[in-house]
Write a protein that binds this ligand. Structure first.
Ligand SMILES: Cc1cc2nc3c(=O)[nH]c(=O)nc-3n(CC(O)[C@H](O)[C@H](O)COP(=O)(O)O)c2cc1C
Length: 448
């Protein structure tokens, strides 16, 4: 069996997906503005055998709940937040192998600029960077970025598809492998015959090229996606190398993974080349009692109001208007379909009231909390790993950095002992994640 891959899922913000946890005694989430906080996270994740630190990122404010932004601002619901990109060089400097996945939006960026950003980060990290491709979901973001109303959900995916075509052309086709000569004597840095325009003229973008940056170790950064609407799944099946899926139950994950593997095959790709990373929220203690007590104190600290504000933004549904004891009904949302599906269609055997959703989602939003001793948590992760065709897990935090430190010091040694977590012999993040080389595989549409 292959090695179980671990990513840390976090955010350059006070709150990511556990609203209220920043108030917990000793919690350091409020130090997110300190470089030293993040270099310590990087060291800990590397020590724990993690493949990557995965940064969520959003634009806009969570103002769907109760039709106003006060709750989100007061309770630090993903605002304030800083740009994750600028943390990467500092975190790369203190690590050798750890990768960094950065969330960037195809709706609010330009592909020429974004391609250069990732080439730069890939150079600076020696090939340890990944792009989490998102289409963005908050209406308030559209108002900030000068596009008036938010684009419709499916239009955002149309734009994303063309966005990626432009990026692939810049990353993969614009500079030949041997274009850069660095020949001091001849005075030739780059052979102009090895550098090509891309001449893209599409519905959304017009980009002549050539790419401004020379080829980086991976060329195209390792590609993540987390879409879960029909369009989102099609996009992921075409473009992604790793998929982040977040459902409260194993059955929810199973349904998603099976569907996505079929879609990947329909897109002419090897389903085994697509890595699945369900989210998980470990709460671990040396004994069962300690773990249970920790879980209880975490639950007491959940900020329910802030959780509802977060979820209302994810779902584009004002949860303040619903009867807390009514089951959450399935809707097709303009925001994150996966967040709705997690509590409606993903697991037909489970019905969720709004109150239950709010209580559950306060610790890690749509992912399961696994509570117990190091052995018990490792048992549960191992069971998922053996039972489902998944690459590993995106580990979500409650308290910071204690959730990570607990996991690394208590659970990882147990996983290592079982041979599940092992050091990888890999130079780039793509190879660490299972790729055969630093470059996109040949069956990826960008290489065909
Ligand atoms: C687990 C998970 C994590 C996500 N993280 C982010 C994020 O950090 N930033 C963001 O803008 N969108 C994020 N998204 C949203 C998307 O990846 C996607 O753009 C959005 O869900 C719309 O697509 P969909 O309706 O197909 O799901 C996340 C979605 C999921 C399911």
């Amino acid at each position: 069996m292959d090695r179980m891959r671990l990513n840390l899922f976090t955010m350059n913000a006070v709150t990511h997906v556990s609203p209220g946890a920043w108030r917990y005694p000793g919690d350091r989430a409020a130090d997110y503005t300190d470089r030293e906080y993040w270099t310590e996270v990087a060291r800990t994740a590397e020590r724990g055998g993690f493949d990557a630190v995965f940064f969520a990122d959003v634009r806009g404010i969570y103002d769907v709940y109760d039709g106003e932004r006060e709750t989100a601002i007061e309770r630090a619901v993903q605002t304030p937040s800083n740009d994750p990109r600028f943390l990467i060089p500092a975190m790369a400097e203190v690590t050798d192998d750890l990768g960094f996945a950065v969330t960037r939006s195809t709706t609010y960026n330009h592909p020429y600029e974004l391609a250069r950003e990732f080439s730069t980060l890939d150079h600076l990290t020696d090939g340890r960077v990944a792009f989490n491709i998102v289409t963005s979901y908050l209406e308030s973001a559209a108002r900030n970025l000068g596009v008036g109303e938010r684009l419709d959900h499916d239009d955002r995916y149309d734009r994303a598809a063309e966005f990626m075509e432009v990026c692939y052309a810049l990353w993969e086709d614009s500079w030949d492998d041997d274009a850069v000569k660095r020949d001091r004597e001849a005075g030739v840095f780059t052979d102009p015959n090895g550098v090509h325009t891309i001449d893209h003229d599409g519905e959304w973008f017009s980009v002549a090229g050539p790419h401004g940056a020379e080829p980086s170790p991976q060329r195209t950064p390792f590609l993540y996606q987390a879409g879960s609407s029909d369009r989102g799944r099609e996009f992921a099946a075409h473009n992604a190398e790793a998929v982040f899926c977040s459902y409260p139950t194993k059955e929810g994950v199973r349904g998603y993974v099976e569907d996505m593997r079929e879609r990947a095959a329909d897109h002419g790709r090897d389903p085994d080349s697509l890595g699945f990373y369900p989210g998980v929220v470990p709460v671990v203690g040396e004994t069962e009692e300690l773990a249970a007590a920790k879980h209880e104190s975490y639950r007491e600290n959940v900020d329910v109001e802030a959780t509802l504000a977060l979820l209302s933004g994810f779902m584009d549904m004002d949860l303040s208007e619903l009867d807390p004891d009514q089951p959450l009904e399935h809707i097709e949302t303009e925001a994150i379909q996966g967040a709705v599906n997690a509590f409606t269609s993903a697991d037909p055997d489970r019905e969720w009231t709004v109150r239950e959703v709010a209580q559950f989602a306060g610790l890690g939003s749509t992912s399961p909390v696994v509570v117990g001793t190091p052995e018990a948590v490792a048992d549960e992760l191992e069971a998922w790993y053996r039972d489902l065709p998944i690459a590993g897990f995106n580990v979500k935090e409650v308290t910071r950095p204690d959730s990570l430190v607990d996991f690394v010091d208590l659970v990882v040694p147990e996983l290592r002992e079982r041979g599940l977590v092992a050091d990888a012999d890999a130079d780039t993040l793509r190879e660490r994640a299972g790729g055969e080389g630093p470059r996109l595989p040949n069956d990826h549409p960008a290489r065909r």
